[in-house]
Design a protein around this ligand. Structure first.
Ligand SMILES: O=C(O)CCC(=O)C(=O)O
Length: 320
């Protein structure tokens, strides 16, 4: 997908013809908003503490999901790397092969609790082994416990701010290549993992494909989190007017990676519906998708967009 300047109607035609119709989605092709059967429900963002003890992390996540359900949540979101302290040294040690049930306790636990409790889970992320490569992967489970989608972090976090932070995910992880949007009982959900949130094009693509909600499990750090974490999540709804949910681990002051925290639910006009600090907590809030329609009527971005000047092209094949 790319945003390309379009100099004239003529060049727009030429550019569009280089993609077939399933690959090219202009904003003018935005799906009219279709609401799921459940339009109002509670979401839980579990800002979990993560330790070096994987068994404890699993038991703790399970217990927290059960509490979220007791509080009425129909959709539970976990943080990025919730089974593993966030460090390149750990990813391989804590990684699981999702295709091998015996080698994937995190995957099995999430599948079982989704089906036992009859809820949808956006399972944060855990390191995944696949064909000799390591990925940062998020699994989405339906209320039957079945895997509905898997997102592998597309934009790896490689940062070098002299005197501040040096971290290169690409030293150990491979990048995913596919945007992930999934129809669930609680709406059409686009998935991004942490640094993916920095790229508005991905959110625009999800918006153009009719997402109601984008979930970003993330673990922003203290260097970039304070200035940007809230800003980017409030901005991400802007392209398409939808809900945005982020879920971080809590900060561990002894940890190797200083996590910003602040898991948040943002509404379709950029309003912060619920948020948190950096400590371990659960953010429970209500999502009401009917507000998306209202906001889109108040501010019809689709009509106001100037596709005679610029154009949005979705290069990946996708069908609802
Ligand atoms: O984009 C950023 O500033 C932080 C990203 C990050 O922490 C991550 O992708 O894990």
């Amino acid at each position: 997908m790319a945003i390309s300047p379009v100099a004239s109607a003529q060049s727009q035609c030429v550019m569009s013809s280089s993609f077939n119709s399933t690959e090219s989605t202009g904003f003018s092709c935005l799906n009219p908003l279709k609401l799921p059967n459940i339009t109002k429900f509670k979401i839980a963002l579990c800002q979990l503490s993560v330790t070096s003890d994987k068994q404890r992390n699993l038991a703790h996540a399970l217990h927290t999901i059960e509490i979220a359900v007791e509080q009425g949540a129909k959709l539970v979101v976990l943080p990025e790397m919730w089974n593993c302290p966030y460090s390149n040294d750990n990813f391989a040690k804590y990684a699981e092969d999702f295709d091998d049930e015996d080698a994937s306790p995190s995957f099995s636990m999430l599948s079982q609790v989704a089906s036992n409790q009859g809820i949808t889970i956006v399972g944060g992320s855990v390191p995944e082994w696949n064909n000799g490569l390591l990925y940062n992967s998020c699994c989405v489970f339906g209320p039957d416990g079945k895997l509905r989608a898997k997102h592998r972090k597309i934009h790896l976090f490689d940062v070098d701010i002299p005197g501040d932070i040096l971290f290169k995910e690409s030293d150990t992880l491979a990048a995913g290549n596919t945007p992930t949007i999934v129809d669930t009982d609680v709406g059409r959900i686009g998935i991004g993992i942490c640094h993916d949130i920095r790229f508005p094009e991905l959110a625009m693509l999800y918006g153009a494909r009719g997402a109601h909600l984008i979930c970003y499990p993330g673990a922003f750090n203290m260097s970039t989190g304070e200035l940007l974490w809230e800003l980017v999540q409030r901005a991400r709804q802007e392209a398409s007017i939808l809900f945005v949910a982020t879920c971080s681990p809590s900060r561990d002051s002894n940890g190797c990676y200083p996590i910003w925290g602040h898991s948040t639910l943002v509404g379709p006009f950029g309003k912060i519906i619920a948020t948190s600090g950096h400590e371990e907590t659960m953010v429970i809030a209500e999502i009401d998708y009917s507000t998306i329609q209202l906001q889109r009527e108040s501010l019809p971005l689709e009509k106001l967009r100037r596709e005679d000047i610029y154009q949005f092209v979705d290069k990946s094949a996708w069908k609802p």
